[in-house]
Ligand binder design. Structure first.
Ligand SMILES: C[S@@+](CC[C@H](N)C(=O)[O-])C[C@H]1O[C@@H](n2cnc3c(N)ncnc32)[C@H](O)[C@@H]1O
Length: 206
């Protein structure tokens, strides 16, 4: 009971925050203007290039910037998103591309369509990796690992060595669940006054 309440509370706070962020207007993370975001999405696409995926999943699709790209190299794409405001934009951005959208929390979503031959987790795990919901985070990792029947792409930004180590730990959690590392790269690009970096790791079921 306590666990269910805790999860419902956490879901509500994240969803409210994301609806506010996306409610301020289109492209709040400046994907269109940011050289860093373009470099990050390019690096993610490059990591998975070279094959056509039959059944791909993106968790935390936001406004669909990477979802659009996935539709170009996949036969079918499923996209899961917690914020209805973001999801409506993602739908608009992928009109006619045959993406199947689901509104919901990855921690309780049923994984409809699994196994996926590509699962993409881009800038999403740290929304789940919070002190009060660690048990739920571990369970979500287990569920996502079970959905991934082929490749798994992780892409999470970092600002300093400690944060980079936490991103590497995400990768290690999947390695401990039967995945092997295929490739890994760090992408950095200047964005105004800062130069953010992102660890992009491609794993495959061993
Ligand atoms: C920063 S965006 C990342 C967008 C895209 N994946 C990328 O790499 O650019 C993270 C998205 O994850 C969504 N999200 C956060 N927690 C979630 C959860 N528990 N279940 C599903 N989506 C979630 C947020 O609403 C947000 O739109």
């Amino acid at each position: 009971m306590l666990k269910a309440l805790r999860l419902a509370w956490h879901r509500w706070t994240v969803r409210r925050k994301m609806d506010r962020v996306f409610g301020r207007g289109k492209d709040p993370y400046r994907y269109a203007a940011s050289p860093y975001e373009t470099a990050r999405l390019d690096a993610m696409e490059k990591a998975v290039a070279g094959r056509r995926y039959k059944n791909a999943l993106e968790v935390g699709a936001a406004e669909g910037h990477f979802t659009r790209r996935m539709a170009a190299f996949s036969v079918a794409v499923t996209a899961l998103e917690l914020s209805p405001v973001a999801l409506a934009r993602a739908r608009e951005a992928t009109t006619g591309l045959g993406v199947s959208f689901h509104l919901g929390d990855v921690r309780v979503w049923d994984g409809a369509g699994a196994p996926f031959d590509l699962v993409v987790l881009g800038e999403v795990l740290y929304y789940l990796d919070k002190p009060l919901v660690q048990e739920e985070f571990e369970e979500a990792l287990e569920r996502m690992a079970a959905w991934a029947g082929g490749r798994l792409l992780l892409a999470h930004g970092f600002a300093d060595p400690a944060e980079r180590a936490r991103r590497e730990h995400y990768r290690a959690r999947f390695e401990a669940r039967g995945f092997r590392l295929v490739s890994e790269t760090v992408v950095s690009a200047r964005d105004g006054d800062i130069t953010p970096s992102c660890l992009v790791s491609l794993l495959e079921r061993a």
